[in-house]
Design a protein around this ligand. Structure first.
Ligand code: AMP
Ligand code: GLY
Length: 420
């Protein structure tokens, strides 16, 4: 069995690790230095649809797994399937649920799925008038298209809101992604990430998790792709789970079917638990990163079995089981991330296989090999995973050992999962 995973970050490292079993040959495009210990890395860019299809065809790939937003939104799964390659991930028609916030907000409104009140705009004057009329701060301004997780501005006052609108609609701050914006009500509550497999008929979530998006301790600094995650998320109680299923998960799958956009793959529900119950902050059409590293580390069911069931519309038949206890990942990043940062810094404290026995696993997000040594090659560089009997236990393990690994100007958050 020959499997191709498209991507080269920590999420793909976790995907490759979960798929790697006897009898399976794994390729990863483009992969990274950590992934290279488990798979054959091939130098093809993640949004090079023609290049990926050509490689998959020539190398007789039995299953291609596409897990990044951009290639999914561009239609890589459609292109693979059209070429006769079995592929995991939503098609282009379904990936729009992440590719356009204007689409997803309209979907939620039409099908009565709880979310923040909003309006969408392409004209800055109308947008600014709407903000004036609402006169409620903070207010949230979002670029409709993909923006590497940076297209959301939470404005504390009218001046900041106006500036954000002008930057996006007139200044081209997020390129085409900001040609349309969504302005929405600010919601208060605790956020939960739920990564759920669906074949368009049933929904099977992985364990709930909690991301930490801001760069620095105490939720200070800029939004990032995610600085660390714990699972399970303590606010995701049985009661919240029941509401989420009834009011959000099932209605979303049904809504996508009704729109002729059946979603098959992993649907990421970014929820906020408000006083009125769970509401949707965002949908992603793929595994979260770094949520996937933690959720997959706790998943006991074979990922390949799940992926095949999703593709074949047989998910109902798969029994999911998770390991007991909890898990944490803490990301080690390059100084300056999420803005500009250096690359090529030598990493100390890891072995030749990119691992260290001080952690349950180290997922590589951005590493390369230079002169036979591991070096940093991205903003997020390494993710340290520890499992424990509960979150505190996992937290204690990771923070007792994390300083054994470092590179010049590396930094990490000291409070993933709450103050310790
Ligand atoms: P998004 O990319 O839509 O997930 O937004 C990034 C982050 O901005 C979220 O994880 C929230 O922390 C915050 N955010 C987005 N929308 C809202 C909202 N309506 N109310 C409060 N916070 C929000
Ligand atoms: N960690 C959030 C995301 O993957 O979008």
């Amino acid at each position: 069995m020959r499997i191709l995973v498209v991507g080269g970050g920590g999420r793909e490292h976790a995907t490759v690790k979960s798929l790697a079993k006897e009898g399976r040959e794994i390729f990863c495009a483009p992969g990274n230095a950590g992934i290279a210990n488990l798979a054959t890395c091939v130098d093809i860019k993640t949004n090079d649809i023609d290049g990926i299809v050509k490689f998959a065809t020539e190398n007789k790939i039995d299953l291609a797994v596409v897990s990044q937003d951009e290639p999914l939104v561009l239609g890589m799964v459609d292109a693979l399937q059209n070429a006769g390659i079995r592929a995991f991930g939503p098609n282009k028609a379904a990936a729009i649920i992440e590719g356009s916030k204007a689409f997803s907000k309209d979907l939620m409104k039409k099908y009565n799925i709880p979310t923040a009140k909003y309006e969408k705009f392409t004209d800055s004057e109308k947008a600014i008038n709407y903000i004036k009329e609402q006169n409620s701060y903070p207010t949230v301004i979002k670029a409709s298209g993909l923006a590497l997780g940076k297209g959301v501005i939470i404005a504390e006052n009218f001046e900041d809101a106006k500036e954000a609108v002008i930057e996006m609609l007139e200044g081209g701050k997020f390129g085409e992604s900001g040609n349309e914006i969504v302005i929405e009500e600010f919601l208060t509550g605790t956020e939960v990430s739920v990564l759920a497999f669906t074949d368009g008929k049933c929904v099977k979530p992985m364990i709930s998790s909690k991301d930490h998006k801001r760069a620095f301790d105490g939720d200070k600094g800029l939004n990032t792709g995610g600085m660390g995650v714990i699972a399970p998320n303590p606010v995701y109680t049985k009661d919240v789970e029941k509401q989420a299923f009834e009011q959000i998960f099932i209605p979303t799958i049904n809504a996508m079917n009704a729109e002729g956009r059946t979603f098959k793959g992993v649907l990421y529900f970014g929820l906020i638990i408000t006083e009125q119950g769970p509401k949707v902050i965002e949908y992603n059409c793929r595994f979260g990163d770094p949520e996937a590293q933690v959720c997959l580390s706790l998943l006991d069911t074979d990922l390949l079995e799940i992926m095949n069931a999703v593709i074949d519309g047989q998910l109902e038949k798969v029994d999911f089981s998770n390991k007991e206890g909890a898990a944490i990942i803490v990301m080690m990043c390059s100084g300056g991330y999420p803005e500009s940062y250096a690359k090529g810094k030598e990493i100390s404290g890891i072995n030749a296989d990119g691992q260290s026995d001080k952690f349950d696993y180290i997922f590589h997000s951005g590493t390369a090999i230079k002169d036979g040594k591991y070096v940093s090659n991205g903003g997020r560089v390494l993710g340290f995973v520890c499992l424990g009997k509960d979150v505190k236990d996992a937290q204690d393990k990771v923070y007792a050992n994390i300083d054994s690994v470092k590179f010049e100007n590396s930094f990490y958050r000291h409070d993933i999962g709450g103050k310790i």
